[in-house]
Design a binder for this molecule. Structure first.
Ligand SMILES: [Zn+2]
Ligand SMILES: [Zn+2]
Length: 741
């Protein structure tokens, strides 16, 4: 006898070809009924023999399309049979059930579409906007949910009869592919007065001749040029006003990528993922213009993720610089920017609804950390450890993001950048409005950093109910929440600076934490930062700060640092010398004393150069250190390490070897701090967070040493360990505090 079941499938099930998949599965098994999108999930009424229904549900769980993520299949058996026809059908979306939405991120061009793109017999041959239910734009074109063409920026393109036939045919792989298009009905390329193939040819000829071209992509404009052409590369740097940071390079395939960088298995898997992130990997010496990496150890590589990228790389057959067409740290522009001195603009007429910068990932071993969570990754849902009332967590200042939360679901918005930039601030507001509207979350509370001067903290004043969260507690809570840890856990938070609860700057912290609160157990020793911000920019100032004004001990100044006399006077008189217990600043000081970095051209540059220098040395013994008990805290005296570093330098030890020893020291001290804490508190879980842990050498060493010492270490994976992960941590803390009253 036939039974009727009501089935709900939750997860990423819209915009990924899920309904056609359900249709095919049901038809193959002989199930009658219907499937529809409802809000963010899929609802199925299914009628058939119970054994077939079991097989059907099992198929839903185990065989979903590649880009789908099935989190939960809820089955209600024995419902009255719905009125439907003899077969299985896909019905229109139910717009009334809007609230529990999940937005699929954009997906890189799939293998099937790629084959068609280069098949002269296919009707979409060389069509730059080819896509299907398994690939194409999603988050960047969606206005509202449920995900249907009418609610995307494709609504202005009326399907031609051929596309409409595919769109309505359940057996077609473009069945309900919302951005479906072809050359006769879809978006078109434009270059000056030219369109289509002519425009593409003209633009690629210009790039081949050394031009810098702005190219409209999925989520904003990129600057594109030949990565081998020195002059073009240096013009890109001029346009972006970016001095040091490496520029991302797009290559045709993993073979080319492997020729430019030393790729691990993990890197290769990341490169070919449907999220197509920029993967940071150790650079090989080779053909690229030196201006691409500016002497930095890693290169950022990614593969083409739109049909247009594939066509450009096919025409040009060389690595291309593909970097967001913004100025310094501003967000990626979505409209043509008249102020940029580019040689031409290759654009198209599909509007961009939301801007997402490209995502950036760095691997070590089998693990990876997300450095920038943007296009392809955001805004996939994360979960919180406690159910929250609707809230917004506004993040930090640099690398700003926000997190919207409601219940256990959290939406970590795209990486936006430095809020002190007016354009970033505007983009932040736009993205917040867009995602709150999309997800139907109207925040009643705002979580923010303790620092009242952060623009994000000021933004939070719009909400009457506010929760202040300490910076490093947020870092640790983010890692714990991502891994769904039960408290208590130890937290090691190493970063540049964050305001502590005692009014001083923190940044080398050992915390014993839950989601609701924390106790500070240890820290790095304090040092004055001569000139405040200026000391962040000039690592030599920090070196003098430690050696002349260290909290627990001092050392001999090396005598050759720029401006030494003036800075010594500032320190002696305590003029404009805020004090900080920061791991990031200690790395800066070490880099300065080894003459590795005069100016931090971008955040973390000195530490990156120190890591690069240490690259070739393995298994080096740590330098000296001291651990002291001070006011109930374990305090690591970094000056003892810097003194030893100077001695080694005077003994003419290789700089790289000393740099490696410095890394080993910080790793060994970290484990020692955790052991001291574990001796007093029964805790083995350790969350590692803060921008300093983007250092591959340090992170790998600390993870290995902690595991060997019997701890369970965790590092942020999908949530950045840098300040872009702060908002998610703030949301986790706020949810815990609000849910316990
Ligand atoms: Zn496809
Ligand atoms: Zn068409």
């Amino acid at each position: 006898m036939d039974a009727a079941w009501h089935i709900e499938v939750h997860g990423i099930v819209q915009g990924v070809g899920f309904r056609p998949f359900v249709h095919r599965l049901a038809t193959a098994i002989g199930i009658r009924g219907q499937v529809r999108n409802a809000g963010g999930h899929v609802v199925i009424s299914a009628t058939g023999p119970p054994a077939s229904l079991e097989a059907f549900v099992s198929g839903l769980r185990t065989r979903p399309p590649g880009a789908a993520r099935v989190r939960d299949v809820r089955v209600t058996p024995g419902v009255p049979e719905q009125q439907h026809g003899p077969g299985f059908e896909i019905v229109e979306s139910d717009v009334t059930l809007g609230a529990r939405a999940e937005i699929p991120p954009d997906l890189a061009t799939c293998a099937d579409c790629l084959r068609e793109l280069f098949d002269p017999a296919n009707r979409r041959y060389r069509y730059p906007f080819i896509n299907c239910t398994a690939c194409g734009p999603r988050a960047t074109i969606i206005d509202s949910l449920p995900y249907d063409r009418a609610r995307t920026s494709m609504r202005g393109f009326e399907m031609c009869p051929a596309c409409a036939a595919e769109y309505h045919d359940p057996s077609d792989r473009r069945f309900h592919a919302e951005p479906i298009a072809c050359a006769s009905c879809g978006p078109r390329l434009r270059w000056q007065a030219m369109t289509g193939e002519t425009a593409l040819r003209a633009a690629s000829d210009a790039i081949a001749a050394g031009a810098v071209v702005a190219v409209k992509g999925l989520a904003g404009f990129h600057l594109v040029c030949d990565a081998i052409n020195d002059e073009a590369v240096s013009r890109v740097r001029e346009i972006k006003a970016r001095a040091g940071k490496p520029l991302a390079v797009m290559v045709r395939d993993t073979t080319t990528a492997g020729a430019l960088a030393d790729l691990s298995e993990t890197d290769r898997a990341l490169l070919t993922a449907s999220s197509a992130p920029i993967v940071l990997a150790p650079r090989r010496h080779g053909v690229l213009s030196p201006g691409v990496c500016h002497g930095m150890p890693d290169i950022g590589l990614f593969l083409p993720y739109t049909p247009l990228h594939h066509l450009l790389l096919d025409a040009l057959r060389r690595p291309l610089v593909v970097t967001s067409a913004n100025h310094a740290d501003s967000p990626m522009p979505t409209i043509e920017i008249s102020g940029l001195a580019v040689d031409g603009v290759l654009t198209h007429d599909r509007p961009i609804v939301a801007r997402y910068d490209d995502s950036v990932i760095r691997s070590f071993g089998r693990d990876s950390i997300t450095i920038r969570r943007g296009r392809g990754l955001a805004p996939a849902l994360l979960r919180l450890p406690a159910a929250a009332p609707p809230l917004v967590a506004v993040g930090a200042q640099l690398k700003s993001t926000f997190t919207l939360a409601d219940g256990e679901r959290a939406v970590l918005g795209p990486h936006l950048g430095d809020l002190s930039d007016a354009e970033t601030l505007e983009a932040y507001g736009e993205a917040l409005d867009h995602l709150s509207h999309l997800h139907g979350i109207e925040p009643a509370h705002a979580a923010h950093d303790l620092h009242p001067g952060y623009l994000s903290s000021r933004l939070a004043r719009r909400w009457p109910s506010r929760i202040a969260v300490q910076h490093h507690h947020a870092h640790i809570a983010a890692v714990a929440a991502e891994h769904r840890l039960q408290p208590p856990f130890l937290g090691v938070a190493y970063d540049g600076l964050g305001l502590g609860d005692d009014g001083t700057f923190w940044g080398g912290e050992l915390l014993l934490a839950s989601y609701r609160g924390y106790q500070r157990l240890g820290r790095f020793s304090r040092a004055p930062m001569p000139g405040g911000e200026a000391a962040v920019r000039r690592p030599a100032r920090m070196a003098l700060g430690y050696l002349l004004g260290g909290e627990l001990s001092t050392g001999p100044a090396p005598g050759h640092l720029p401006g030494q006399e003036v800075i010594a006077r500032m320190i002696a008189q305590g003029v404009n010398c805020p004090s900080a217990s920061s791991a990031g600043r200690l790395f800066d000081a070490a880099a300065a004393l080894l003459d590795l970095c005069e100016v931090n051209g971008f955040e973390g540059e000195a530490a990156t150069r120190l890591e690069q220098a240490a690259g070739g040395f393995r298994g080096v013994e740590p330098l000296a250190w001291r651990l002291e008990r001070l006011d109930g805290l374990w305090v690591y005296d970094g000056v003892a390490t810097l003194r030893h570093l100077l001695e080694a330098r005077a003994d003419r030890e290789p700089v790289g070897r000393i740099a490696a020893a410095f890394h080993a020291t910080v790793a060994a001290v970290t484990v020692l701090l955790c052991e001291r804490a574990a001796a007093e508190h029964d805790v083995t879980q350790v969350c590692l967070s803060g921008g300093v842990f983007q250092n591959r050498l340090l992170a790998t060493d600390v993870l290995a040493r902690l595991s060997a010492a019997g701890f369970e270490p965790y590092l942020g994976e999908r949530v950045p360990v840098n300040d872009a992960g702060i908002s998610y941590g703030q949301a986790a803390v706020a949810a815990a505090r609000l849910s316990h009253g």
